[in-house]
Design a protein around this ligand. Structure first.
Ligand SMILES: [Zn+2]
Length: 314
């Protein structure tokens, strides 16, 4: 059995998974992300070593180590170009990690890792042209073209969440106004939910929020399912924004399948069915050539680990 190892470098935790040939995460280890680049690099190597030991392996036993992180990463130079979580700029992540790890290190943006994982072992298995959006705090994008990860000439493309949706629209975390992320992230949905609640004190979303510790990405979807008219309007508008973004990507790439991952994809058919319906109005020549299937990603957080673990193979 040949094993792979993937590291997820997040803002709050370093998570490492050992993956077997059937793409199962057979064991894992994690520790909190501390402050300071050198310390984080040392912790990543240490966490990887402990995870390997749990599987009865040493780091030398792996052909490579893969790292995914929610950052702007240049996989060719090995630089972590910038990270909003940590304010790092141009950190030599690959080179520094290879001082601690005795095999080649590959690094990629976490959304890119997730689409690789879904292609190898999840909802996009068997497809060669895959587009995935991760709907979380932000909107991550991952793109597989002809069976290979596409990330642009400098490795920093496929930032699908930061394509313009509304010219001069809502401010995005990236500094640009009107990005898809500013309308289709969980953060955006919470903003849309709170706006609707403030105008509609009769909505059952108020009681839902009070009972669940505040407004979340679930508030509108849960209440829409129970027939709350205001919540249904919030969900309808949210799905229109998301469908417009997806429709644009379909027109450019014509993927064989579109996957939705991240926390919001847990809404399942309450999200998928309206998005599938609404996307038709944004797809070029839809009445003639149709649109690809839009499905929920299958692997959850494991997609990023599995994809990172196999970065050296694709
Ligand atoms: Zn943006």
């Amino acid at each position: 059995m040949q094993y792979r190892i993937g590291i997820d470098l997040g803002g709050t935790a370093i998570k490492v998974g050992i993956v077997d040939e059937t793409y199962q995460v057979i064991c894992s280890h994690q520790q909190p992300t501390v402050e300071g680049f050198e310390l984080v690099v040392a912790d990543m190597a240490e966490t990887a070593r402990i995870a390997a030991e749990k599987a009865g392996l040493r780091l030398e036993d792996f052909p490579s180590v893969g790292v995914g992180s929610p950052s702007c990463i240049n996989p060719y130079t090995g630089l972590l170009v910038f990270s909003n979580n940590t304010n790092w700029r141009n950190m030599p992540l690959k080179q520094e990690l290879e001082k601690h790890i005795p095999v080649p290190v590959f690094i990629e943006n976490d959304a890119n890792c997730a689409v690789v994982g879904e292609m190898l072992a999840g909802a996009a298995k068997g497809y060669r042209h895959v587009l995935m959006l991760t709907l979380g705090t932000g909107v991550g994008g991952g793109l597989i073209i002809n069976g290979r990860l596409f990330s642009g000439g400098d490795g920093m493309g496929a930032e699908l969440g930061h394509t313009p949706l509304v010219a001069e629209g809502e401010p995005c975390t990236c500094g640009i106004d009107g990005c898809l992320e500013a309308y289709a992230s969980v953060t955006a949905l919470i903003r849309q939910t709170e706006e609707a609640m403030s105008k509609n004190p009769e909505s059952r979303m108020h009681a839902h929020a009070a009972a669940h510790g505040g407004v979340s990405g679930r508030t509108a979807f849960d209440c829409a399912r129970k027939g709350d008219v205001v919540a249904m309007r919030v969900v309808d508008q949210y799905c229109t924004y998301l469908a417009a973004g997806i429709g644009g990507f379909i027109n450019i790439f014509r993927p064989e399948i579109v996957l939705l991952g991240g926390g919001l994809s847990g809404a399942g058919d309450t999200l998928l069915e309206p998005v599938r319906k609404k996307v038709e109005q944004f797809v070029f020549a839809h009445d003639i050539i149709g649109a690809p299937p839009i499905e929920k990603a299958a692997l959850g957080n494991a997609a990023g680990t599995i994809g990172a673990a196999y970065l050296g193979d694709i």
